[in-house]
Design a protein around this ligand. Structure first.
Ligand code: GAL
Length: 413
């Protein structure tokens, strides 16, 4: 009897122990990198991690939907249900701050100190990864939002020099339109694609100072600069394909290569997508920046949710992300540049090297559509209103609605 009890207790202990051990060796990760280029990039990073940590089982949970529109909702329900994953993709800045302010993430200062990351990650980036004096995120990359990818053959054939101002952009649209070519490849399947374009136009038309002030609630959608940006946006939309609701960002980008349109505005994840599809940067397609001198900053990070499973395995993953091996495996495929400034740039193409040079000298402007500049709840409404504008084209009404949302969300008084 006593012997039977002893064996049962022992079995129970073994079972419990093996469960804990299994959980400790498992890393449950969520991200939204499912499109061409994105998927290969995260796979490459996870491969580096797996090689360094053969004992860990990676449970990969990709949630389709660019810019994280779908994944962010999944994450909120999981975390609210008390079931955070080991780690999840989150934009640096405001988007991550929401989790931090609600006590849902643990600081990772020790990792930053141990590896001396403060010495190699640019200060402006660190400011988006640190909250109330503590580090909470490890950055995977630096993407640039305010870019236009174009079909080089189409531009060459029509003697078009890439524009450096909004006025020149609109002139090019007119020229292409007159030649029977759809100038702008537009997608709006998940709404954010249109909001991304407007964010770029707002930055280019109203300038970086107004842009930053606006998203900080110090300027308003009813201000003349904003009204002008909406007006330009309306004109540009008029030069885009009308069936935009059918297309995600990658499908829209693909249209510039099939010759269905000439250019597409998006971040440099488009470069990852196009090169992954076999097109050559600088030969088949190229890129121009608007506004010149501003760097629309998009930074993806990973952190440590409080009470998450597989904590040790996750801490090791966070370390891998910022190792030279991790950065150099991920970024050339993704179309982004590394988040550390001390790495060999010879493995990057000319476009990325230009982005590295610009990052060091341009005015850095965190993207609002990609989570860094303004609270998530406000941006979700903002995106809805901008998306509606695609159909109404009503500048005044849209400005009033955006302003009302800013008041509702407490961004302005
Ligand atoms: C952004 C993200 C990029 C890219 C893009 C399209 O929000 O920061 O890494 O994946 O969405 O999905």
């Amino acid at each position: 009897m006593r012997r039977g009890f002893f064996i049962a207790a022992l079995l129970l202990i073994v079972m419990l122990f093996s469960q804990v051990a299994a959980a400790a060796d498992e890393m449950l990760i969520y991200h939204w990198w499912t499109a061409g280029g994105e998927k290969e990039a995260i796979d490459a990073l996870l491969e580096v991690y797996q090689k360094q940590n053969p004992d860990v089982t990676i449970v990969d949970n990709p949630v389709p939907g660019g810019a994280g529109v779908e994944m962010k909702a999944v994450m909120k329900s999981l975390i609210l249900a008390g079931q955070p994953p080991s780690t999840f993709q989150v934009h640096a800045g405001a988007e991550a701050q929401l989790y931090v302010d609600n006590g849902l993430m643990d600081p990772i200062n020790e990792l930053w100190e141990k590896h001396g990351w403060a010495e190699v990650v640019p200060q402006d980036l660190q400011d988006l990864l640190k909250f109330n004096g503590d580090y909470y995120l490890v950055p995977v990359n630096v993407h640039r939002a305010n870019l236009f990818f174009y079909n080089k053959k189409v531009f060459d054939e029509h003697n078009i020099t890439p524009p450096t101002t909004i006025e020149e952009l609109l002139e090019i649209c007119e020229k292409l339109d007159a030649a029977g070519i759809t100038p702008l490849a537009l997608g709006s399947r998940y709404k954010w694609e249109a909001a991304h374009l407007f964010e770029t136009i707002l930055l280019a038309s109203a300038g970086p100072e107004f842009y930053v002030d606006y998203f900080q609630g110090k300027a308003r959608a009813t201000d003349p600069q904003f009204i002008e940006a909406l007006t330009v946006f309306g004109k540009l939309i008029g030069y885009g394909n009308k069936d935009h609701s059918a297309f995600t960002w990658d499908q829209a980008a693909n249209r510039i290569m099939t010759g269905e349109a000439a250019f597409h505005n998006n971040g440099d994840w488009v470069k990852g997508y196009l090169t992954g599809a076999g097109y050559e940067a600088g030969v088949d397609f190229d890129v121009f920046v608007l506004p010149v001198g501003s760097f629309g900053l998009v930074v993806d990070g990973f952190g440590l949710p409080s009470g998450a499973p597989g904590r040790d395995a996750t801490l090791r993953f966070l370390e891998t992300i910022l190792t030279p091996e991790g950065q150099q495996a991920f970024n050339p495929i993704k179309g982004s540049i590394p988040a550390r400034s001390d790495l060999d740039d010879s493995i990057y193409d000319e476009i990325s090297r230009k982005m590295m040079a610009d990052l060091a000298q341009d005015t850095l402007v965190p993207s609002a559509v990609h989570g860094s500049a303004a609270p998530d709840a406000f941006m979700s409404d903002w995106t809805d209103v901008i998306h509606r504008f695609l159909y109404t084209g009503d500048v005044e009404q849209t400005a009033r609605e955006l302003d009302a949302r800013a008041v509702e969300h407490g961004l302005v008084q």
